[in-house]
Design a binder for this molecule. Structure first.
Ligand code: AMP
Length: 576
């Protein structure tokens, strides 16, 4: 099917030609005709990268009556970045439609400016749920004429706790409207939203349900938890042209990994929720423009980052939620390119990996961590390629050549090449000379468990998180660790109080607890561990955004002692 056979207006078709879209993507083929002709409610199970924005955007823009100066199309998106990306896309689609106004409203920016924009008139409002709910409460936006509502990345909105806002917003919109819901995956919550707010929705799935894109290869390296960081460096070094995202599980880990990479001379930055909006914009801009090789990010912070040519996604840690793996790996292998998702895992994460394999319906392929010699070879060829591609400004360099030639007269061509290559390359060879094999041998895999407990006593008690490997005092107890300690003026009683209040369990059983300078570790009844951790992670206490983890899962993640090279050599001058 062609775009021009879909009933879209000539203004929209011209914009499509300008954008260089030749044929509709599968989701566009299915969704556009339904919206142009029948105004059906739709549940679209599709990931970012499938062309879903144009699938709902092109026909819905065509249905706007520009002469009526009120919001007719409302699009809800979970994050500011996605909100802005959709706005940019819709502005492009509608550039030949005279007088059509789109306004984006989102948190983290002055509400007054947004109110003024809305006042000037908006046919399309693209919003994050919290901010538009706020505007509704202040009576600053009129949703009573909305004819089409789009819930984009609905699964993310629910995960981020926007359900109440969504309910309140929807209550303000007319009953007879067209509702579209897009989600990467189907879940019971999504089905409930479908039942509650939609009329006889058509379910459209692009590719397999919950399946990951075919263009992505899923690899994993299995290493000791303590080697995670050096394994990451090997992966980055093994792909000299890497342009990728390294996903971490917590903000702190994101900061630590990015700081270590920067210190080790890599072109990397961190993207996480503790950055101010302008810092986030700066980092994202730098990455988008290709001025960073590696972005180290949390799942939430990376949402909405519209970069389509990533070569790699690296899972420094596997996500807890297999669906997040789908989101992560779906960021590579886009726009007709091949992508690689590399996961660095330790023995005890194999179960999690198998669970993800079931969800994405793909097998992970185990690969050995690249050896030093392989990396050196790859980097060397990259250097040679660079030499081939170098542009020579003959005019500027010629005046020096006579002198240069005479200074090098005593060396043969082979010798000159060797020496130039060595100039660039010696640091690399040095770093990887005697680099250890990081792969777990069958024997060490067998011994992994006892090995892990042997290293347990080594932890520095003033670390951000306690490297605490003691077994809980009884089988029914588990241990939570979090980033709040004496340094923030909290006492043991405060910590216990925090556990009880946060869990909401009055008689919560608490075992051994320890407070360190920047962290604490508390034993609690295992039954309540997971909900407690989830609630703690949403809390701010004495100015600290709490990051809590199950210490068994956490304990494997310590890389602090290992973030230097085999000889502690820094390579800060290696990369730009
Ligand atoms: P989305 O899934 O909406 O995030 O879109 C992913 C990317 O695909 C965006 O960069 C779009 O500009 C691009 N795109 C969408 N539809 C098409 C199409 N029919 N042909 C080529 N590229 C497209």
């Amino acid at each position: 099917m062609l775009f021009k056979e879909m009933g879209l207006s000539s203004e929209i078709l011209t914009a499509i030609t300008d954008m260089g879209f030749e044929t509709p993507t599968p989701i566009q083929e299915k969704v556009i005709p339904l919206l142009v002709e029948k105004n059906r409610d739709i549940i679209g199970l599709a990931q970012t990268g499938t062309g879903k924005t144009a699938a709902f955007g092109l026909p819905s823009i065509g249905n706007i009556q520009v002469e009526n100066n009120y919001p007719q199309l409302l699009i809800l998106s979970p994050t500011r970045e996605l909100c802005l990306q959709i706005t940019r896309d819709l502005e492009t689609y509608s550039k030949y439609i005279k007088g059509l106004r789109t306004v984006a409203v989102y948190g983290g920016a002055p509400i007054d400016t947004q109110i003024r924009s809305l006042k000037r008139g908006a046919h399309v409002v693209i919003a994050t749920p919290g901010r538009i709910h706020d505007l509704v409460r202040r009576n600053r936006v009129d949703l009573s004429h909305v004819t089409m509502l789009v819930l984009d990345e609905a699964d993310e909105m629910l995960k981020m706790g926007f359900r109440e806002d969504v309910d309140a917003i929807l209550a303000q919109t007319p009953k007879e409207k067209n509702t579209l819901l897009f989600s990467a995956t189907m879940s019971p919550e999504i089905a409930t939203i479908g039942k509650t707010y939609m009329t006889d929705p058509v379910e459209i799935t692009v590719g397999q349900k919950n399946a990951s894109a075919d263009s992505v290869t899923h690899l994993y390296h299995m290493v000791h938890a303590r080697d995670r960081y050096i394994a990451l460096k090997r992966v980055v070094d093994y792909y000299p042209n890497i342009y990728g995202i390294v996903f971490c599980r917590t903000r702190q880990e994101t900061k630590d990994v990015a700081a270590s990479l920067m210190k080790d001379g890599y072109s990397a930055e961190a993207l996480h929720g503790d950055l101010t909006q302008s810092q986030r914009d700066y980092v994202m801009g730098k990455f988008r423009d290709g001025n960073l090789s590696v972005l180290v990010a949390t799942d939430v912070a990376a949402r909405g980052l519209d970069v389509n040519n990533l070569t790699h996604v690296i899972n420094y840690n596997l996500p807890d939620d297999p669906e997040n793996y789908n989101h992560r790996s779906g960021r590579t292998g886009r726009a007709g390119k091949e992508g690689i998702a590399v996961s660095i895992i330790n023995m005890k994460e194999q179960g999690k990996m198998r669970q993800i394999e079931r969800v994405i319906r793909k097998k992970f392929e185990r690969k050995p961590v690249p050896a030093g010699a392989e990396i050196c070879e790859r980097q060397l060829f990259k250097l040679i390629e660079k030499v081939h591609q170098s542009e020579v400004n003959h005019e500027q360099i010629n005046p020096y050549m006579e002198k240069v030639n005479s200074l090098l007269e005593d060396l043969s061509k082979e010798e000159i090449i060797k020496r130039f290559v060595s100039q660039e390359f010696n640091r690399f060879l040095d770093y990887y000379k005697n680099a250890p094999d990081l792969n777990l041998s069958a024997k060490s895999e067998r011994e992994n468990r006892s090995d892990r407990s042997e290293r347990g006593g080594r932890g520095d008690r003033s670390d951000r998180m306690p490297y605490d490997k003691r077994k809980p005092s009884s089988k029914s107890m588990s241990r939570v660790v979090f980033n709040l300690g004496k340094g923030k003026g909290v006492s043991k009683i405060d910590i216990i109080d925090l556990m009880v209040k946060t869990s909401g369990v009055k008689d919560l059983e608490i075992g051994q607890s320890d407070i360190f300078k920047r962290a604490s570790s508390v034993e609690v009844d295992s039954k309540f561990l997971k909900p407690l951790i989830a609630k703690l992670n949403k809390k701010n206490f004495n100015g600290v955004n709490i990051e809590a983890e199950d210490y068994y899962e956490f304990a494997g993640n310590d890389f602090r002692d290992r973030n230097k090279g085999p000889r502690g050599k820094r390579r800060s001058d290696r990369r730009s």
